[in-house]
Design a protein around this ligand. Structure first.
Ligand code: IMP
Ligand code: MG
Length: 183
């Protein structure tokens, strides 16, 4: 019984790539920019589950404007060829987005397909504006053109975990961004 559970109870080794303090300072800068850019307006934050959760809860507490929250979920077939059709978008946006300022909140942009697809769907609802906010971006992995107005950090084409981001659904609770160590 114990050996069967081994994989369930052990995490693979990882190292810290971006510390809690570094992330905290960067989110403060992003929030300052958002507070300035949207001064006098109200915002709808649309979080892309599940990767957005830690970043979004940090960011929203630093925004000093009236804010409403929505969530949509996105999952992609990792083994597929990863066209847009491979991405499943779930969850319903209840707040009418027409004429609203919308920020799509992502944990990480990789190929850009998820953000691009959500951007297209939200644009159809005729918002006053729609922009992407992501904690991490992998610019060298983009496969579609995507404008990211607010980004925390650009990273290389490597797999990262923590701060909401998972590897096989684990590690989301790590309070920093890490990378797996091959062993
Ligand atoms: P896309 O390729 O930009 O559509 O990103 C799809 C999704 O892949 C992201 O929202 C993340 O959930 C996931 N993803 C991409 N790169 C990483 C990574 O390095 N760590 C964890 N999740 C990732
Ligand atoms: Mg994932």
């Amino acid at each position: 019984m114990k050996s069967v559970q081994g994989n369930k109870t052990k995490l693979q080794p990882f190292e810290i790539m971006l510390s809690q303090e570094k992330i905290r300072r960067r989110i403060l800068e992003l929030a300052d920019r958002i507070n300035t850019d949207y001064a006098g307006e109200s915002l709808v934050l649309v979080g892309v589950l599940k990767g957005c959760i830690v970043f979004m809860t940090d960011l929203m507490r630093l925004i000093k404007l009236p804010v409403e929250l929505e969530f949509i979920s996105a999952a992609s077939y990792r083994k597929g060829i990863k066209q847009e059709e491979d991405i499943i978008i779930g969850g319903g946006v209840v707040i009418p987005l027409k004429s609203r300022h919308v920020l799509i909140i992502e944990g990480i942009v990789d190929t850009g397909r998820t953000a691009s697809l959500i951007m297209k769907k939200i644009s159809k609802l005729e918002p006053a504006s729609v922009e992407v906010v992501t904690l991490l971006d992998k610019p060298s992995s983009h496969r579609v053109k995507i404008d990211i107005k607010y980004k925390g950090f650009s990273i290389g084409n490597e797999f990262v975990i923590g701060y909401g981001l998972d590897n096989a659904q684990r590690y989301r609770n790590l309070p920093f961004i890490g990378r797996m160590i091959d062993n």
